[in-house]
Design a protein around this ligand. Structure first.
Ligand SMILES: [Zn+2]
Length: 440
């Protein structure tokens, strides 16, 4: 499936960028020599989008002129001045008759580099949804609006900031990039209230309330808004260094695969509840450094407690939400968590029979690494594995990945496999230090 139509929401005033904008509207802000809007149009063109609707408002004539000067880059581009600001969803509902069955929505103040083919493919896998939202972890989830989704990628809740007390939430933030189905929004043309009506705050929660389905697409690819001089400078640096281009899933991603128990958090012999989860000292800071580099951080963990019926999938989610919450408080995050829920030995009380199997994802099998190779375009030749057991080191050996044994948890004394690690260090923080000292 491919999409050919995109809507760019380009009505922003850019008040906080005034000194940089001069007389220009916000979407025309210069980013390393090219206006942001032009960068977005180049990306869309590269992925085959032929028809672009730009919803303009503030200094609309400047944006129209700019498109004309560039002969619309050879595309069909229509600027629509929608008069009164109606919010992000309100603006799209206003032009719904102009839209195709499925369309992409881009916010005009974001610098983005996304493999749009992969995003569209993820969306196409769910034909029963009103749309698919691009989600990502960020380094300040505690004061962000968060989204929760189930194992099938279906969005279950929106948690606007401030969050409910005593609840662990996943680090998933709406990144302001959507694929939407026109049919699902039709009724809202009449239903939307007067005034400002936004996607994140109003329309999406309302769609869930009325029982419509929304899906999430979790990706680490670069999407950041350029709303302040500080952010704009950061984006310009990332663009100049090539970091933004390399973050696309179209490029291979150096990845650090990380074991969970005994490596990030204290080994308690089959962790079953969130209350048992305690991070080792220095884990958050080390992970934050990894996040700031160009490595992806990916947990690979065996959790036979699920097959044994000792921990429910819901409690496992809660454990990971606590992990993400603790990390998030210190500005760190995990790009993806892969779990093997299986266990081969049958005969335990309360076990889940269908999970009592010989699978190819239980370490030292490499099924989960192969999954990450597909999902994250992980570059195994430039990747690492950090773990505390011989099983972790054997996994790395089988996958052809460099390995680091940490002397926390089992410290390699589980005695199951003969594999020799490439390096042995004191703890996770030292492992990250070692990785970052080597060239990617
Ligand atoms: Zn498995």
């Amino acid at each position: 499936m491919s999409l050919r139509q995109a809507v760019i929401l380009a009505g922003g005033k850019g008040t906080r960028l005034k000194e940089r904008l001069g007389d220009l509207p916000k979407p025309l802000i210069d980013v390393a020599g090219t206006p942001l809007l032009e960068r977005q149009i180049h990306l869309l063109k590269r992925y085959g989008y032929q028809n672009i609707l730009i919803l303009v408002n503030h200094k609309a004539e400047k944006i129209e002129q700019f498109c004309q000067q560039n002969a619309n880059w050879g595309l069909t581009i229509t600027c629509i001045d929608d008069g009164e600001p109606r919010g992000t969803a309100g603006a799209v509902l206003n032009i719904l008759p102009e839209l195709e069955d499925e369309f992409l929505v881009v916010y005009g103040d974001t610098m983005l580099e996304v493999d749009l083919n992969r995003f569209v493919a993820a969306h196409a896998a769910h034909t029963d949804g009103a749309g698919t939202l691009f989600l990502h972890p960020n380094d300040h989830p505690h004061d962000s609006d968060l989204v929760d989704m189930d194992e099938n990628g279906r969005i279950t809740s929106f948690y606007p900031y401030p969050h409910p007390a005593e609840t662990y939430l996943p680090n998933l933030v709406n990144a302001a990039l959507y694929i939407l189905r026109r049919e699902a929004l039709k009724a809202w043309v009449a239903k939307a209230p007067e005034g400002i009506f936004d996607f994140g705050k109003n329309l999406f929660p309302s769609l869930l309330e009325e029982g419509q389905k929304l899906y999430g697409y979790n990706s680490f690819e670069y999407i950041k808004d350029c709303g302040t001089p500080t952010r704009l400078d950061k984006i310009t640096r990332d663009l100049t260094s090539g970091k933004i281009q390399r973050s696309s899933l179209a490029c291979k991603q150096p990845t650090v695969f990380i074991d969970r128990d005994g490596t990030l958090n204290k080994e308690v012999d089959h962790l079953k509840t969130a209350s048992q989860l305690e991070l080792f000292e220095g884990v958050e800071e080390a992970l934050r450094k990894l996040n700031q580099s160009e490595y992806r951080a990916c947990i690979i963990t065996n959790q036979p407690v699920i097959a044994r019926g000792e921990c429910s999938p819901a409690e496992l989610r809660n454990i990971h939400n606590k992990l993400e919450t603790l990390l998030g408080h210190k500005g760190a995050f995990i790009d993806r968590i892969y779990v093997c829920p299986h266990h081969p030995d049958k005969g335990f009380n309360g076990e889940v029979p269908e999970l009592k199997i010989d699978c190819n994802c239980r370490k030292p099998n490499i099924g989960l690494i192969q999954q990450a190779e597909q999902d994250l375009n992980a570059d195994l030749a430039k990747s690492w594995f950090i773990g505390d057991t011989t099983s972790d080191i054997e996994t790395a050996r089988r996958a052809g990945i460099r390995s680091i044994l940490v002397q926390t948890g089992y410290a390699g004394r589980d005695g199951k496999y003969q594999a020799t690690p490439d390096f042995t260090v004191e703890n996770f923080a030292k492992a990250v230090e070692l990785i970052l000292e080597q060239a990617v």
